[in-house]
Design a protein around this ligand. Structure first.
Ligand SMILES: NC(=O)c1ccc[n+]([C@@H]2O[C@H](COP(=O)([O-])OP(=O)(O)OC[C@H]3O[C@@H](n4cnc5c(N)ncnc54)[C@H](OP(=O)(O)O)[C@@H]3O)[C@@H](O)[C@H]2O)c1
Length: 252
């Protein structure tokens, strides 16, 4: 059975990844929906028209739960056509101003869990399959006040590039999606709403367009997808201007 796995499928962009999946990947027969909230995943499952949904409640910050995922794959041996590593979190705060656990949660979810889910899944991904990793414009340059978040997304982008090269012999593509701000629960959880002048002035991305762009980019085997011309330009600037200068202007 051709299978897709979507993490963070219960809210925000994850719901959009579920809703648009069948339009861009009509060959997928089964979709594994992962997050902590069973009820919300059950609602997300209703967005699928033909494909079968499998609800997999996991706390991806827990090693015991990523072990459960590994055991599930060993048992079910799915033919994975598409893996969407979408679950992620961010927090707005200077290092040392909050509980260290608030900062390390970003490392646990954005880095450790994404690495674990990918490493566990790769042996089950079919030749010619696709991986989509949700990165961010924050990956282009460090963002003071979201230092850990931006560093974690730099990891996601660098990890995607290296993995793509490793998986070339199997023709598995890896696409890092570098979205700008999105109006989702992420902003409330991160404590960003009304607290960041940068977010107040940045243009927002539309979740529907981010997901359709991500799916099209994955289909074409693109390494990076950056929605909106404004952020494509930012990516270019961040490549040529020294980070020591950029960082003066990139405070969140
Ligand atoms: N929003 C933005 O401005 C923005 C911009 C650029 C990139 N991104 C990236 O886009 C991705 C999606 O963001 P979003 O805006 O859709 O965020 P969101 O609305 O906060 O949704 C986050 C998703 O991750 C899941 N999740 C959180 N902690 C989890 C855990 N410990 N275990 C399993 N699942 C967990 C949540 O489900 P449960 O709560 O049910 O577990 C939810 O489904 C993230 O990687 C984010 O970094 C966001």
């Amino acid at each position: 059975m051709k299978t897709a796995i979507i993490t963070g499928a219960s809210a925000g962009l994850g719901l959009e990844f579920v809703a648009q999946l069948e339009e861009f990947f009509p060959e997928i027969e089964c979709v594994w929906l992962i997050s902590r909230s069973v009820d919300k995943l059950a609602s997300a499952a209703k967005l699928l028209k033909k494909a079968e949904a499998k609800i997999v409640p996991l706390d991806l910050c827990s090693e015991a739960d990523t072990d459960k995922f590994e055991a599930l794959l060993k048992e079910e041996k799915p033919e994975i056509s598409l893996l969407v590593n979408n679950a992620g979190c961010g927090y707005l705060a200077n290092i040392g101003d909050t509980d260290y656990k608030v900062q390390t949660r970003m490392v646990d979810l954005n880095i450790r869990a994404l690495t674990a889910i990918t490493a566990i899944s790769v042996p089950y991904i079919i030749n010619g399959g696709r991986i989509i990793n949700m990165s961010s414009i924050a990956s282009f340059c460090p963002n003071p006040r979201m230092t850990v978040y931006s560093a974690s997304k730099s990891y996601v982008s660098a990890f995607s590039r290296g993995l793509e090269e490793e998986l070339k012999p199997r023709k598995i593509s890896v696409t890092a999606v570098c979205s700008g701000p999105l109006d989702t629960e992420f902003l409330d959880i991160a404590g960003i709403r009304g607290q960041s002048k940068t977010f107040d002035v940045l243009p927002f991305c539309n979740p529907k367009n981010v997901v359709s762009g991500a799916y099209k980019a994955a289909r074409k085997g693109h390494s990076v997808h950056t929605p909106r011309a404004f952020f494509k330009f930012y990516r270019f600037v961040a490549k040529i201007v020294p980070q020591s200068l950029m960082v003066k202007f990139t405070k969140t």
